[in-house]
Design a protein around this ligand. Structure first.
Ligand code: FEO
Length: 394
């Protein structure tokens, strides 16, 4: 027997928990990843999302313990990314009469991914499918996380199946928020938001307005735990993040070759802290890109540090800047710092990247070789002045 969790009358968790995955397309996942799929057994039977391909048999076994998969009438594909649709080919062999329900963009993407003409039923905002006691309502959530994304709302049980939105990458044997440590879940929810949804803050705002019109007893995302006790908390967090909320906080992200930029970073940190602003020091080689972006999410000030290497910034910092720019954080002020030996170049490279990321750029600080006492004091003052700007930008 398998431990199929019942969410509500006729609603079951039939997904998979990938305890050992440590890299989800570049997102470092120290706590693993879940692919949540849900089975609704009413007069009609429907499966909401499925799981990554290697877990297809496990999901089918879970379904089979509840009903014969051949009886499935609808397979809802809220989002085609393969973590939620990868088992579709195997599933459809076992559920040959099922309609595949998705948005028009989902239909196009499914065809391209699986080259298979399933019995598609394209839905749009406001469309309804009756299952009997419950009806399914479809709520497009475009770009949360791909153009095809939508949420499905089960009206009888008042469950919003939100797909990627409200997700977290965390594995646990306990499927509900209240059974787990709320701080851990919220930390992972913020890391997930920063690395997956941050570029789409305005669309998050729109999605929240749609969700606000629905009575919701549970939010069942496709990753992580189901929100039941803390729905208001996670919605409040999304509201903040979607609006680009920032705190009095600075993140210093840097790399160092022979210790000069490291010394600068530590003195700058002292200055920022003396200015009354919370500050985190992150040497990139000791962190992950996804961990850095989690800290960046609510920070108002960002300081980038690198010595000059080959007339530019260190390559790892270049990778960070590319990732940072792509996630489009808003409402941030930034500056750069670092040492150089002869020609310099890292600071100009930072300027270009910060402009590209549409940050409000403050003057940086560059020093030759290792900082002496006067220069170390300069670093402190640089941090102190930056803290004042962060407070003023509130
Ligand atoms: Fe969880 Fe965009 O897939």
């Amino acid at each position: 027997m398998m431990n199929n969790i019942k969410l509500a009358e006729g609603v079951y968790y039939v997904g998979a928990v990938d305890w050992n995955l440590r890299d989800f397309h570049g997102f470092t996942t120290p706590r693993g990843v879940t692919y949540n799929a849900y089975l609704v057994v009413d007069e009609k039977i429907c499966l909401i999302d499925n799981v990554k391909a290697p877990f297809a048999e496990e999901m089918i076994e879970r379904i089979s313990q509840i009903i014969d998969p051949a009886k499935i009438d609808y397979v809802i594909t809220n989002h085609v990314e393969p973590d939620h649709s990868g088992s579709l080919p195997k599933l459809m062999e076992r559920a040959p009469h099922a309609k595949v329900v998705l948005t028009e963009s989902g239909r196009v993407e499914t065809l391209k991914h699986y080259q298979q003409e399933y019995d598609f039923q394209v839905v749009k905002e406001g469309d309804v499918i009756s299952l009997g006691r419950n009806k399914l309502h479809f709520v497009p959530f475009p770009m949360l996380h791909w153009p095809d994304s939508m949420a499905t709302y089960l009206d009888g049980e008042q469950i919003l199946f939100s797909n990627d939105a409200f997700g977290q990458h965390i594995c646990t044997a306990k499927r509900f928020d209240f059974e787990n440590d709320l701080n851990e879940i919220m930390y992972e929810a913020s890391k997930y938001y920063a690395n997956i949804l941050m570029p789409f803050g305005k669309l998050v705002d729109k999605a929240l307005s749609k969700a606000a019109q629905l009575p919701i007893k549970m939010i069942a995302p496709s990753h992580g735990v189901i929100w039941q006790k803390h729905i208001a908390d996670i919605i409040a967090q999304y509201d903040k993040w979607g609006k680009g909320y920032t705190a009095d906080k600075v993140v210093i992200i840097y790399e160092s070759l022979w210790g000069g930029t490291e010394q600068m970073a530590r003195r700058i940190l002292d200055g920022v802290a003396a200015g009354g602003v919370d500050v985190k020091l992150m040497r990139l080689s000791a962190c992950t890109l996804s961990g850095v972006m989690q800290e960046v999410l609510e920070a108002r000030g960002i300081l980038f540090g690198s010595p000059t290497q080959n007339n530019g910034m260190m390559a790892t910092m270049g990778a960070l800047m590319t990732y940072f720019k792509g996630l489009r954080p808003t409402n941030k002020i930034a500056a750069s710092f670092g040492t150089f030996g002869w020609g310099g170049g890292a600071q100009q490279a930072f300027e270009e990247q910060m402009k590209g990321a549409r940050l409000t750029i403050e003057p940086g600080l560059t020093l030759k070789w290792l900082p002496d006492q006067v220069e170390r004091d300069k670093c402190f003052t640089f941090g102190l002045e930056f803290a004042k700007k962060v407070l003023a930008a509130k």
